[in-house]
Ligand binder design. Structure first.
Ligand SMILES: Nc1ncnc2c1ncn2[C@@H]1O[C@H](COP(=O)(O)OP(=O)(O)O)[C@@H](O)[C@H]1O
Ligand SMILES: [Mg+2]
Length: 307
C-alpha cells in the first residue's frame, strides 16, 4: 500500500527535484558523483546518485562492502564534498555553502547516530542528551524532552553517568541526544553494529518509534538485513549506483537482493529477482561501455510483492 507512494519518488533526477519542490522530501541528491584519488589509483565511489528521501520515513541504505554507502551518507550529511552533483537538505542546496553556514546547517538540521556512542563520561544521561542544545545556547523544551525520554525509555536513568549504563542504554542516550534538536533528518551509520541482538532490536524499535511517534526522518546505513527490514524504503547500492529501490521489504527478500548484487543469482526465482539479476548484468555492461547512468531497475521494482 505504501509502495505506490514510494515508487513516485524512487525514480529519476527530474522526479527527485519535483518531489523536493512539493515539500515531501527532506534530502534530495542529483547527479551525485565522488571520486577518491586520481589517475590509475582513482576510485569512483559514487557514480550518479539521484534520490529524494521523503519526510517522516525511515530509509535504509544497503549494499555490499565498498558499494559507496558511507560515502553517500557523508556527502548527504555535508561531512564530505561530492566531485559532482548536488545535495539539498530541507530545500537548502548544501554543496555550495561556505564552511560556517554548513556548520550551522549541520547543527540545526542534522542529527547523527554513530556506531560508537561518543557520550561524554563526566556528564549524566540528561546532560549528554541536551548537550547539542547547551552548545547551541538554546533552551530545553521540557515537554519535548519528556516525550523523548519516555519514547527512548530512559526515565529512571537520567541522573546516571555513561559508565553506570549498559551498552543498549548508552546507545539510547545517544539516540535521544540526536533527536533532541528535532533535526530535519537523522543519519544513523550502522546503529546496531556494536550491540548484541537484543540491544540491537531495542535500538531498531526505538528508531521505528521515533518515526512513528515523533515524525522523525531517518536515513540508516546498515549491512544487516534485519535492521533494513524495519525501514519504509530500502535503497541498494552497488559500485556507487542505486541499483534497486523499493518500499518496505521482508528480510528474506532483502537477503535475496543482497545475494543477487553479489552475483549469486538463482537459476530460477521470484520474478523481481530475475529482473534484478538481468538489470545488474546490463548495468555492469553499460558501465564497462562507459555510459552507465545509475539505472534504477524501475520496471522490476513495481512488481515486487511485499507484505
Ligand atoms: N577516503 C578514501 N580514499 C580513497 N578511497 C576511498 C575513501 N573512502 C572510500 N573509498 C573507496 O570508495 C569506495 C566506497 O567506499 P564506502 O563508501 O566506504 O563503501 P561502503 O560504506 O559501502 O563499504 C570503496 O572502494 C572505498 O575503498
Ligand atoms: Mg561503510
Amino acid at each position: 500500500m505504501m509502495n505506490e507512494a514510494m515508487d513516485q519518488t524512487g525514480g529519476s533526477a527530474v522526479e527527485a527535484v519535483a518531489a523536493s519542490q512539493n515539500g515531501r522530501s527532506v534530502v534530495v541528491t542529483s547527479g551525485l558523483a565522488k571520486r577518491f584519488g586520481s589517475g590509475d589509483a582513482a576510485v569512483e565511489a559514487l557514480q550518479g546518485v539521484d534520490v529524494a528521501v521523503e519526510r517522516g520515513r525511515l530509509t535504509a541504505i544497503m549494499g555490499p562492502s565498498g558499494s559507496g554507502k558511507s560515502t553517500l551518507m557523508h556527502i548527504m550529511a555535508g561531512l564530505d564534498e561530492p566531485t559532482d552533483g548536488t545535495v539539498a537538505i530541507d530545500g537548502i542546496e548544501i554543496t555550495t555553502l561556505k564552511e560556517k553556514a554548513l556548520t550551522r546547517l549541520r547543527r540545526d538540521k542534522i542529527g547523527f547516530i554513530f556506531q560508537s556512542f561518543n557520550l561524554l563520561p563526566m556528564l549524566n544521561a540528561r546532560d549528554n542528551i541536551v548537550l547539542p542544545l547547551t552548545i547551541a545556547g538554546k533552551s530545553v523544551d521540557e515537554q519535548w524532552l519528556d516525550n523523548l525520554v519516555d519514547t527512548v525509555g530512559l526515565g529512571d536513568r537520567l541522573t546516571h553517568r555513561p559508565s553506570e549504563l549498559s551498552g543498549g542504554q548508552q546507545q539510547r542516550v545517544a539516540i535521544a541526544r540526536a533527536l533532541v534538536t528535532q533535526p530535519a533528518v537523522l543519519f544513523a551509520d550502522e546503529p546496531t553494529g556494536n550491540l548484541d541482538s537484543r540491544r540491537g532490536q531495542e535500538v531498531l524499535e526505538l528508531l521505528r518509534q521515533s518515526v512513528d511517534r515523533l515524525g522523525q526522518t531517518i536515513i540508516m546505513v546498515t549491512h544487516d538485513a534485519h535492521a533494513a527490514s524495519i525501514a519504509d524504503r530500502v535503497l541498494f547500492l552497488k559500485d556507487g549506483q542505486i541499483v534497486y529501490d523499493h518500499g518496505a521489504m521482508a528480510m528474506d527478500d532483502i537477503y535475496d537482493v543482497l545475494r543477487a548484487l553479489e552475483g549469486f543469482c538463482p537459476a530460477d526465482g521470484a520474478e523481481f529477482l530475475m529482473d534484478l539479476c538481468a538489470t545488474v548484468g546490463d548495468a555492469a555492461q553499460e558501465a564497462a561501455a562507459g555510459d552507465g547512468n545509475g539505472s534504477h531497475a524501475s520496471s522490476s521494482e513495481r512488481e515486487v510483492e511485499t507484505q
